[in-house]
Structure formats: C-alpha cells, structure tokens
Design a protein around this ligand. Structure first.
Ligand SMILES: [Mg+2]
Length: 369
C-alpha cells in the first residue's frame, strides 16, 4: 500500500442534546475526519480529540498540526502492512488520537483492499453487539431518572452516569430507589482525590458494575490504594494509554476493568494488544465512547465484535447524538439493545461526502510530494 493523498476535514457537527461531564458541556462536536487514498481505495478515520484539552491534552487543532507536520510525512513511500505503519509513527511521542485517526483510516483501507469487513479482519465473531448508553450530568436526580427510563425504554441494556463532587452519592441513591435493578456504572472523569475515599466508599452500597476513573487522569498508585478499600470494581479509562500501562496497573491492583478507547490507545493495533493483555490477565473489558460520528462508531462496533468484550459498550445508536450523521446506514438499536455489526468491506458504512463538506470548517489536502 502506498498513500497517494490524505484529506483532513475539520467538522462542526451539531449535537441533538448537550452532553455534560465533569469537564464541561458539548453542544457541537468539533472533530476531524481523515480520508486516506492509495489511488484505488479510500479509508476513513476519525480523530476523537475534542475542541479543548480536557479529556486529554490533545485537541482537534493539535491533531491537524501533528498529522500534517509530523505523522503524514512519516508515511511516504511503501507501507508494507499495518505493522509498518505503527513502526513509522512510533518515534513520535504520545499524540495517540492524532495517530489513531490516520492509523484507523489505514485499517479501513487495508480491509477494503482485501474485500473483507474490518470486524472479520481483526477476528471478530459476533454479528451483533450489546450496547449501553452514557448519560451526562442532569439538572436533578428526578431529571436523570426520567432520561434513564426513556433510554431503558429504547432498549439500552446498561446505563453509565457521569458523577462529580456534589452530584454523586445522593444521585446514585435516588437512581437506585427508582431503578433498583438496572445495570449501572458511574464515571467520574478524574474529579476526585484520595481525600474523598469515604464518599467513594459510600457508593459500595448501590451495586454498581464499576466506578470509572475516580482519581487523577495519569494515576495508577492512588487507584490501587483506593481499589483495596472499595468493594466496587475500579475501571480505568484515561490512565490506560497502552497495553504495557495496563499490565503495570494490573500488577499493583489499580483496576479490575478496563475501558478500551481506540483513540486514547493510539490506534487499533495498540487497542488489540491491550484487549489481548486484559483477557490474559482476567481484567473485564468493554469499549467506551467519545461521542463518535458514524465513522468512529463503525470502528467501535467492529472492535466489540471480538468475544473478549465482556461488558456492553458505550457505542449508542446514531440517533442518540446527531440529527445528521456523516455515514450511512445509521446504527439502529434492536429491540433487545444491540447494534448489528456491518459486514461490507472495511468499516462497512458509506461516508456521505456532501454531508461531510456541509459541516466542514477547514479542509486540507496532503500528498507525498
Ligand atoms: Mg470515562
């Protein structure tokens, strides 16, 4: 494979409802799509960085710069396979979301060249995947319970709620009173410290599937200290940036479950290594979401077709987030809370160029010359 041209589209895609976390509120999804061509086939990748450096240090703008200045120039000439792509990108430290945007486009391109679906290419065996949904911070417990009932009615099998100091134990208690049996996770996005241990231990009474990333975004040791004092499983998201860090986290008892996000891990290659490590170490595995468009959504669905994914993912149906998505067909929730895994070549969805361009605010073209 030889890259002939790469188009970078920066989009601002309106969201149906604002999504609030402990970082802030998103109204418009500001993100990057990467279209990579070898002159014959085209692969698509999505950069899951946001407009601001709050989930991680990367932003949409830093990804554009990193891709054009450092990553794409390393991909000139023959690319023997996807391992070669990883090796060429590896001298650049960090910047996993920028790397993943081009690396996953090349996975799509490779699957298309072979005429197989991406799920099949990576060894996925499921034809449909169970999904849950992540619900942002609401104005009150009563409002949250109403949204949860609506989502459960739509068929979602598991709900994750965002928590932050002052919106945690009381809210979870109210939710449990209203919905005692719903499979429930909470995600703190690093909003606590070990000084909050008693408050986090109070959550042990509510039968949660996990508490996600309660402590600092780059911490392992405090999470190990906390996990030793909690009955509830700790799931790490932000802290796990490679298969190797997952092994270190496991070695000190910092987690029992890992949230796999392809963008945070620097691409599908590292995500597959991390899933394999989790399986070998007996760590629970599920796939989180970054409010992806249809491109990133299809990638997550392909990944979760692997039977190593033991818990429902966060890849909700298309209609949950956007009035007009960039790819067809949309992912539709089945009555029993699943999404069908596409079987067409590559990602198995068709990116609608008109829609991409309609929401594009910046378009750049890179060629190897
Ligand atoms: Mg998270």
């Amino acid at each position: 494979m030889r890259l002939a041209r790469v188009d970078l589209y920066r989009l601002k895609l309106p969201m149906l409802t604002p999504f609030e976390t402990s970082f802030g509120t998103e109204l418009v999804k500001d993100f990057l799509l990467v279209e990579a061509s070898d002159g014959e086939h085209t692969g698509w990748g999505e950069c899951v960085a946001s407009a601001g450096p709050f989930y991680s240090e990367e932003t949409t703008q830093t990804a554009v710069w990193m891709l054009t200045e450092h990553l794409l120039p390393r991909l000139k000439g023959d690319l023997l396979d996807l391992e070669t792509v990883s090796q060429r990108l590896s001298p650049v430290r960090l910047n996993p979301m920028a790397k993943s945007a081009i690396e996953t486009a090349l996975w799509d391109l490779t699957a298309q060249r072979q005429g197989v679906g991406l799920a099949k290419l990576i060894g996925g065996s499921r034809t449909r995947v169970p999904v849950g949904i992540s619900i942002g911070i609401q104005s009150s417990s009563a409002a949250l319970v109403e949204v949860m009932k609506q989502r459960l009615g739509e068929g979602y099998q598991r709900i994750k709620i965002k928590i932050k100091p002052g919106y945690d134990v009381d809210v979870v208690r109210d939710v449990r009173r209203a919905l005692p049996d719903v499979p429930l996770m909470v995600d703190a996005n690093s909003a606590y410290t070990l000084a909050d241990t008693d408050r986090l231990r109070a959550l042990d009474d509510y039968g949660l599937m996990m508490i996600e990333q309660p402590l600092a975004h780059d911490d392992l040791i405090d999470h190990a200290t906390l996990q030793a004092q909690l009955k509830t499983a700790i799931c790490l998201d932000e802290s796990i940036r490679s298969a190797h860090i997952l092994e270190q986290a496991h070695a000190i008892g910092a987690l029992r479950i890992v949230n796999i996000k392809i963008g945070r891990l620097g691409g599908l290659g590292e995500a597959l290594k991390t899933v394999a490590a989790a399986r070998r170490l007996g760590i629970g595995v599920w796939c989180g979401g970054m409010l992806e468009s249809g491109v990133g959504r299809a990638l997550n669905v392909a990944l979760t077709s692997l039977d190593a994914f033991t818990l429902p993912g966060d890849t909700a149906a298309t209609s949950r987030y956007f009035a007009e998505d960039v790819a067809d067909p949309p992912f539709v929730l089945t009555a029993d809370g699943c999404l069908e895994v596409p079987t067409g070549p590559g990602l198995g969805v068709h990116v609608i160029k008109d829609r991409v361009l309609r929401h594009t605010v910046d378009h750049r073209v890179w060629t190897p010359q």
